[in-house]
Write a protein that binds this ligand. Structure first.
Ligand code: SF4
Ligand code: SF4
Length: 390
């Protein structure tokens, strides 16, 4: 990537990444490279890479596919499940189409049952995810990771050696380090870029296929942002953290509602963002599967019980990014995240003592007006609490 390009252009390129990667994936597929599709951050992509396959994120963020899914699935299911299934059953997700296998995981009930239905028309391999981060849970997940390795080895007729897995671990850790460093530019106050632009890179990177080049490209973007930083370009704004259900596609309306009403989305503790990047896989552990299990199962997703890792991470983000307020995005039908909001709000109100806003939404554009009204009022309230700051 040439550095003479303007930063906004770079962000747009990442936003377009999904479309560009489709053609490249088609070429790779024709050359005999296997593809492994997945939906969830618990998917240990290192195993797919070690098998010589391309790991790819599958489409799950559009309202149009929700409408298709509702012809089959109950309307009360969360839009992420409906959108994933809708894309799959109508063959509208090219990444799903090209996937030799879809790796699912028993996270929430909606997704678990969706994989059963999906298996009627696709090769689906389900990993059994423990919901607690106990010693036994880590051992179970380690065995599930080994099970995936054996399954992919058999499917693709390759021997997946421990050394290949270690190489994949090093590569994915490089990505995580680079992405985390990029996220950390938002610690600057005022912010150097808007969160909506940062998000384009965070989300677009999931569709990059040139795995060896990712870390270098991300580092270049980070260096550019830092070297071209002008505090007055965006100016002081209330700094908001977005947490909750996975965000992307049609739910980016939350980010736009924040930033078009004078706030800045400084951090994402959703599945695209700091949660995914916070922990590395221990490269020194002599048992690489144990190291993978430790890293993946430690993620603080709301399907874990108890879920103290999420609270710990949120506390750190709030302090390190000087967060003024938290927006908790709950997708309609997501019991885990909506129930966890009770503890989360208590922690933010009582321990962090900053404003909290719970936004329950879906993928439709119907609530954009209401979202703008609520976000404007929330941001105004934050400004009134700190009149000297803005
Ligand atoms: S929120 Fe949890 S279950 Fe959903 S994609 Fe992220 S890690 Fe997976
Ligand atoms: S948002 Fe909630 S209900 Fe939907 S797939 Fe994720 S965990 Fe399941």
């Amino acid at each position: 990537m040439e550095l003479i390009k303007q930063l906004p252009q770079i962000f747009e390129e990442f936003a377009e990444q999904k479309k560009q990667s489709f053609l490249k994936l088609k070429e790779l597929k024709e050359a005999g490279v296997p593809v492994v599709g997945a939906y969830c951050s618990y998917f240990p992509k290192e195993i797919a890479i070690a098998a010589g396959a391309i790991p790819i994120s599958l489409c799950s963020y559009e309202n149009s596919s929700v409408i298709e899914a509702e012809k089959i699935l109950p309307k009360s299911v969360c839009p992420l499940v409906k959108s994933s299934y809708g894309f799959a059953v109508t063959d509208r997700c090219p990444y799903f189409y090209f996937s030799d296998v879809v790796v699912g995981e028993t996270t929430c009930d909606g997704k678990t049952k969706m994989y059963e239905l999906m298996a009627e028309f696709k090769n689906v391999y389900v990993m059994h995810l423990p919901h607690t981060q106990s010693q036994r849970g880590y051992e179970l997940w380690e065995n599930e990771i080994i099970g995936l390795k054996e399954y992919l080895g058999e499917q693709f007729q390759v021997v997946i050696t421990d050394e290949k897995v270690r190489e994949a671990v090093r590569l994915c850790n490089q990505h995580r380090r680079a992405m985390k460093r990029l996220c950390e530019v938002m610690k600057l106050d005022p912010v150097p870029v808007l969160g909506q632009n940062l998000f384009k890179v965070l989300n677009g990177y999931k569709f990059r296929l040139d795995l060896e080049d990712i870390a270098g490209e991300i580092d270049e973007i980070t260096d550019r942002i830092l070297s071209e930083y002008e505090p007055e370009r965006i100016g002081k704004r209330p700094r908001l953290l977005i947490t909750g259900c996975p965000i992307g596609g049609d739910t980016e309306k939350i980010i736009y509602a924040i930033e078009s009403n004078g706030g800045a989305a400084v951090a994402f503790e959703n599945c695209v963002g700091v949660k995914m990047l916070d922990r590395l896989v221990d490269e020194e552990d002599e048992n690489v599967y144990r190291a993978l299990s430790q890293r993946y199962l430690s993620m603080g997703c709301a399907i874990m019980t108890p879920n103290s890792n999420r609270i710990e991470l949120l506390g750190r983000i709030i302090d390190e990014f000087q967060v003024d307020g938290v927006v908790d995005m709950v997708l309609q039908g997501c019991t885990s995240v909506s129930m966890e909001a009770v503890n989360l709000q208590y922690f933010i109100d009582e321990e962090k003592r900053i404003p909290y806003l719970n936004v329950t939404t879906d993928y439709s554009p119907a609530d954009i007006g209401q979202l703008n009204t609520r976000m404007a009022a929330f941001i105004e309230m934050i400004k009134e609490r700190k009149p000297a700051a803005f």
